[in-house]
Design a protein around this ligand. Structure first.
Ligand SMILES: C[S@@+](CC[C@H](N)C(=O)[O-])C[C@H]1O[C@@H](n2cnc3c(N)ncnc32)[C@H](O)[C@@H]1O
Length: 243
């Protein structure tokens, strides 16, 4: 298993470092997401949301919700009764709350402080649980996966959207150049956090993607697990069911 990659390589827990890092970059997060992904991230969230179309969930939990973009997309496409977004970064949540209020969605989407590894909800509280670009940042992936399993109802679905590593020439080479050279440079320039955008490729590199991630999902109890590769393997959507 790859060594734990942390944002600042300090004595603090990975969780505390991740929360500080997202607090630091929260004011630039949406802008940099758009710039660095050239807008592609929106299409990925749209596709990930479509995985829930047949289920038509009424209650959705969006874990590692950040500034709430996945929750907003889920609301737009699926119109569930309510979406709860949880995150460990107050900075990200407060930017998300402003956005949600401005869109008039405060009754539909609630953002609250919460840790994937210790979710403050009763068993079987949600029809669907979603995570976009979050699982890679969890301190203990297996604990996060089983915590999300616990709060899903029987028949409910987990949808995970996460970066993955393209394996084929020439995308692999182009991706490495962009992710390792350009992205840290642009990220540092705009976010003023020198580590945040070098941690990003490092954490993607250390993440057990593809079949390895499906195995971790099975281990946590999910069945009928699937993986769909997006944009030449730069990102993947994983789904699993609680039977
Ligand atoms: C890259 S952002 C993704 C935000 C949002 N889901 C999106 O699609 O833009 C990752 C988020 O995961 C959150 N996070 C990391 N570990 C977490 C945990 N254990 N529990 C809840 N949130 C966590 C971070 O605070 C951060 O806001």
């Amino acid at each position: 298993m790859a060594a734990t990659v942390t944002p600042y390589n300090t004595e603090e827990s990975k969780k505390a470092q991740v929360a500080s890092m997202f607090d630091n970059i929260a004011h630039r997060y949406d802008f940099l997401n758009q710039l660095l992904s050239l807008g592609i991230h929106k299409g990925w969230r749209r596709k990930a949301t479509q995985k829930l179309a047949a289920l038509q969930p009424k209650k959705v939990l969006d874990v590692a919700t950040g500034t709430g973009d996945f929750a907003i997309e889920i609301n737009k496409q699926l119109k569930p009764e309510h979406i709860t977004g949880v995150d460990i970064s107050e900075g990200m949540l407060s930017h998300g709350r402003i956005k949600i209020n401005e869109k008039g969605l405060a009754q539909k989407i609630t953002l609250t402080h919460g840790d994937s590894e210790n979710l403050p909800f009763a068993e079987a509280s949600f029809d669907a649980v979603t995570v976009a670009f979050g699982v890679r940042n969890f301190e203990t992936l297996d604990k996060g996966l089983s915590g999300m399993y616990r709060v899903l109802r029987q028949g409910g679905m987990l949808v995970v959207l996460e970066f993955s590593r393209p394996r084929k020439f020439p995308v692999k080479q182009l991706y490495s150049f962009y992710f390792l050279k350009m992205l840290p440079f642009i990220g540092k320039l705009f976010s003023k956090d020198a580590r945040a955008y070098t941690y990003l490729p490092e954490s993607v590199n250390a993440f057990p993607d593809g079949e390895q991630f499906l195995e971790r999902m099975r281990k946590a109890g999910y069945t009928d697990v699937t993986c769909q590769s997006l944009t030449f393997g730069i990102a993947s959507i994983y789904t699993g069911i609680k039977k």
